[in-house]
Design a binder for this molecule. Structure first.
Ligand SMILES: [Zn+2]
Ligand SMILES: [Zn+2]
Length: 392
């Protein structure tokens, strides 16, 4: 049963907050107005808070009527550099910026839970509400951990939630272990010998060599990764040459690597490095390989995933909490918090994706995406149920 009812006063307020945040999207580490807005709602509800963590982050704290464990609940606040193509009244007024991942909804659901729990604090323990900046590639979670969030606000466990288009409204998905993949950027530079396009015999053509490297790399996942492990390698940027009659000196390849287990990631990188070097050197060129880790894999601790599932089941029923969904090869910087603390990260259904209309259930990062206001009370109630079930 829902703690925060549909069409209640708090639901109406949450819709208002969500639309305000959606209308004023801000990019990673620049969430100044968003942070001020969230702080103003917390302040007007007399909720204790600390500001300025990882630039714009906020940690709000509510104590229960009795002493007990301390847990953290986290929402992300940032938007994306996307031009919104929606036409509703709360569409973005910031040109080229858009809440296309629903972080406006995440912040609102957490804020709703904080306001509700401030007024209904009959639990035993303390809750830290973590409003985190810069999930979209900025690694705000990493910065918060580096700035000592868990030293300043020790938590026994930390919990996160992301809306999931394609998962029906009123449904949750809870993974026992891996939820989201690790994400690294790969760079390969092939150095040959440039010269006249009509005299390739006097050159070492890095483009021809690079084309073979790209093809050969595609065999790494299919031939070197065990069939029940997962990895993805996509070469996404190719840069070489400047005019039609010149063979350039070098070719630069950039790509994305995704995996769940670090052993798999290391094996794939080693193979890509060897293939790049082997092919290039056999043709008279050289190759250098480097990788930049972006986000680690988001892996739940089974015990905490179970607590999340139970809280969701008391809200929407056992049949509506999916336990066997495949993890996503997307990535998430909540992983930094989960590497520093035990906890779990779950998906809340944003609604099925309709074939004819992109609105409501449209996919994440799409120019016509919008967070579903109908799930605001469901998400906030889930947070409340989780707090009440753990802090007894
Ligand atoms: Zn996103
Ligand atoms: Zn997101």
């Amino acid at each position: 049963m829902s703690e925060i009812k549909h069409n209640s006063k708090l639901h109406e307020e949450m819709v208002e907050w969500r639309h305000h945040i959606h209308k004023h999207p801000e990019l990673s580490f620049k969430e100044d107005m968003t942070s001020d807005y969230i702080a103003s709602v917390l302040e007007s509800n007399n909720i204790e808070m600390h500001r300025g963590l990882a630039v714009t982050g906020i940690v709000a704290t509510i104590h229960g009527t009795k002493k007990g464990k301390v847990i953290g609940l986290r929402a992300d606040m940032d938007a994306l550099p996307i031009q919104e193509r929606n036409e509703f009244s709360h569409k973005s007024v910031h040109d080229g910026k858009m809440h296309a991942c629903g972080h406006d909804g995440h912040s609102t659901m957490l804020l709703g839970a904080a306001v509700y729990l401030k007024q209904n604090n009959n639990f035993a323990g303390t809750v830290h509400f973590i409003f985190q900046p810069a999930e979209e590639g900025g690694g705000g979670g990493r910065v918060m951990v580096e700035e000592g969030i868990f030293e300043k606000f020790p938590c026994e466990a930390v919990y996160g939630m992301h809306n999931w288009p394609g998962l029906a409204e009123g449904h949750f998905a809870v993974h026992d272990t891996a939820v989201m993949a690790a994400n690294e950027t790969l760079k390969i530079t092939i150095k040959g010998k440039g010269g006249h396009a009509a005299m390739p015999d006097q050159c070492v053509d890095p483009i021809m060599i690079g084309a073979q490297v790209i093809s050969a790399i595609q065999s790494v996942v299919s031939r070197s990764v065990a069939p029940l492990d997962s990895a993805v390698v996509s070469i996404t940027m190719v840069d070489a040459g400047f005019v039609s009659n010149v063979i350039p000196n070098e070719m630069n390849l950039t790509g994305s690597l995704r995996y769940f287990r670090s052993e798999v990631g290391n094996e794939v990188k080693e193979k890509i490095k060897n293939i790049s070097k082997g092919i290039s050197e056999s043709m008279g060129a050289t190759a250098s390989f480097s990788s930049v880790p972006n986000y680690p894999a988001t892996v739940n601790t089974p015990k905490h995933a179970q607590l999340c599932a139970q809280a969701a089941e008391t809200l929407v029923g056992k049949d509506n909490v999916l336990r066997n969904e495949k993890p996503s090869m997307g990535s998430e910087d909540f992983s930094f918090l989960l590497n520093a603390s035990e906890g779990a990260y779950i998906w809340i259904g944003n609604g099925l994706v309709p074939e004819d209309s992109p609105e409501g259930g449209c996919m994440l990062h799409n120019t016509q995406y919008d967070f579903n206001d109908e799930i605001l009370p469901i998400g906030s109630s889930y947070w409340v149920k989780l707090v009440r079930s753990i802090l007894t």
